[in-house]
Design a protein. Sequence first.
Length: 366
Amino acid sequence: MTPVISIIVPVYNVEKYLSRCVDSILAQTFRDFELILVDDGSTDNSAEICDKYAAKDSRIKVIHKENGGQSSARNNGLEIAIGKYIGFVDSDDWISTDCFEYLYTLIEKFNADAVSADFVFAYENKPVAFQKDKNPKEKIIAGADEILCYYLKQDKMHGKNDFAVWGKLFKRELFRGLRFPAGKIYEDNIINFKLFQKCARYAKSTKKIYAYFQRGISTTKSILAQKHLALIDVSNEMLAIAQADYNADKKLIKLCKRKIAMSYFSVLAKYIRFGTDLSDKKIKELIMEYKKVKHFYLRTEKSTKIHLISFFMCLNITLAKKMYEKFNGGGYKYRVVAPEASVYERFRVKLGILEHNTEVSYEIAA
């Protein structure tokens, strides 16, 4: 009998967390699913754990493959998935017992092509209690262009999960002719963009159903490396797709350009926080490119903190690093001094939108 939902879990060296993930899926109140565990060449006991679960439950399929990365693992899962709908769970995360029952109810209720619910951050040795939200806020977005605009407005810097594929349910037909880009990070960004491009209706809920586990060192908490520049490439690809398929729709194009600017900011912020193995020349090139596009981001960004970091990022990356540390570590206040400036100009300096040719002095005060 064909299952309603195919749940795909890419697995790589997660023996410590895998059982927690799989147990949360097997505990679902929605029972009509197949679970596809894709062992991506694990060198610990993850493969054996997968096989043990498969031996106990006929709904579980296991794929063993050479290591190729998360995208490759998800693609292998898609190749054998037969459910009407597709869901993804990362192997160190876990889900509420009603996760897929709720997502299924949501996608049927709104006759949607894809649906998404909310998540909670989870940490080591800190239990997560999913709150029983009896009246979550639900909304439907109709039309591919409106869905893409909504998607691009939900930026990762403010805790949204629209850029991830987990916490969602998709019609399997959306993946026809479409696969995750292998060998790249930030693959969720572009695959979601392409999936939403095919959607006529997308439903969104505030109900928290997914625990997003924060391990010590991850892709998002490591030094800036060449691979992280893929975020900029992905954002540029979104713009190219929008320009080609949407006849340069102004609202969508502006949001794609905003995403590009945000990507440069994110990359430079990673450098400020964690350092880099890139050359000084490359960092300067990134700063110059960010200067060209930053207005697409800053003109819609309300956070004074972001504006200040951006301004000092362009002025002096070392000073920006100090500012970031103080903003996040506390204990220091920053005073922007412009002796000859008007009140209006001082305000514009504070927000980081004063023209480059304005002479301003800066003082960091304890």
